[in-house]
Design a protein around this ligand. Structure first.
Ligand code: ZN
Ligand code: ZN
Length: 347
């Protein structure tokens, strides 16, 4: 007798703002190294919201491919015959990015540029069951809640971003934008010994950033955040800047906040695509390095689990809302309206 039903509840995206909770076939183990997982939590990512707002109608594809969500965690229900490292009941987090491991970029340790990613091996997580190859399944440390473990994927992305910034002890680091991603960056920069300044227009988010450990916050009505950062850094500007908002003004300000030899990470995608003016002398004379990162590599996923497991990065204070699967639409709307920080659906 199967321990799992033939059908499950799933949140399916049909069009802009049209997210329906409906019955879908429960996924099956298709490869010997697959693990079937009862999903317990799935975080709402800006990427999910983007497809919810603009919505991509993918006609002709399997209904299951319309289930969004890639930040999911749960319990092992069935382990395929070739799986030795997991048994039924194990609490696990799933790395959705299945890479080839052998292409040129994987060989460089840059798996997020893998030339042959296997897109359909791990499907969306706003549903009751998911399947993943065992190599992409990681045990959740004891004491970490499912909702907290759902932040492992975004934290892994932030780890990838922080690597490019070479943050050192005592560096002045600015985080532009204090949503959940900005706050994760703030916690990571703190963990690396930086002095962290958070730039954020919303007073509630500035207050939260301060409460969670920002050394200083700037922004709000009548405040020029670039001038404020200059003042806080003795006129020099920051050693590193993370722009965690996909907005042209924020990116421009972030670049202007960097001091000589400063590193700037354009961490958020900008939609719709846009252009910003850039003074080339900032790059030439000031040696400001402008870089960008997205996604993560397998080691960063493991490291993110470790950081949350040991409380080096505390995920719980970043979770502002949880919703049941039946209210996934409300969870998305909460993110769209910027009413919370991290929003997680509990399943
Ligand atoms: Zn994500
Ligand atoms: Zn590859």
């Amino acid at each position: 007798m199967n321990l799992w039903p033939d059908e499950m509840w799933a949140a399916c995206l049909y069009g802009p703002g049209d997210l329906r909770i409906e019955r879908q076939p429960t996924p099956r183990i298709a490869h010997d190294d697959d693990v079937l997982i009862r999903i317990r939590a799935c975080g709402v990512c800006p990427t999910d919201v983007r497809s919810y707002v603009r919505s991509i109608k993918r006609e002709g594809q399997l209904p299951q491919s319309l289930i969004p969500g890639h930040e999911w965690v749960g319990e092992v229900v069935v382990a395929g015959p070739a799986v030795t490292e997991f048994t039924v009941g194990d609490r696990v987090a799933v790395n959705w990015r299945v890479v080839c491991g052998v292409c040129d970029y994987c060989g460089q340790g840059r798996h997020n540029y893998c030339l042959h990613p296997r897109h359909n091996r791990v499907r969306g997580g706003f549903c009751e069951y998911g399947v993943a190859p065992a190599s992409n399944v990681k045990r959740i440390p004891d004491g970490v809640l499912f909702t907290e473990a759902a932040l492992v994927e975004p934290l892994a992305c932030c780890l990838n971003g922080t690597r490019a910034l070479r943050i050192g002890l005592g560096d002045d680091v600015v985080v532009v934008g204090a949503g959940s991603i900005g706050l994760l960056h703030m916690l990571l920069a703190r963990a690396q010994g930086a002095r962290v300044i958070v730039s954020e227009p919303l007073p509630e988010r500035r207050r939260r950033a301060k409460a969670l450990g920002a050394h200083a916050v700037v922004g709000g009505d009548g405040v020029d955040p670039v001038a404020a950062v200059r003042e806080l850094t003795g006129g020099r500007g920051a050693d590193a800047v993370i722009v965690a908002v996909g907005h042209p003004t924020a990116i421009q300000q972030g670049i202007q906040m960097a001091g000589p030899l400063g590193r700037v990470n354009v961490f958020a995608g900008t939609y719709p695509p846009t252009e910003i003016p850039l003074d080339p002398n900032l790059v030439h004379y000031q040696n400001v390095v402008i870089t960008g990162t997205h996604d993560f590599v397998p080691r960063e996923f493991d490291l993110a689990l470790k950081l949350i497991g040991h409380g080096i990065v505390r995920a719980a204070p970043l979770i502002s809302h949880t919703f049941p699967l039946a209210e996934t639409g409300r969870a998305f709307d909460t993110v769209v309206e910027r009413r919370g920080l991290k929003v997680v659906v509990e399943i």
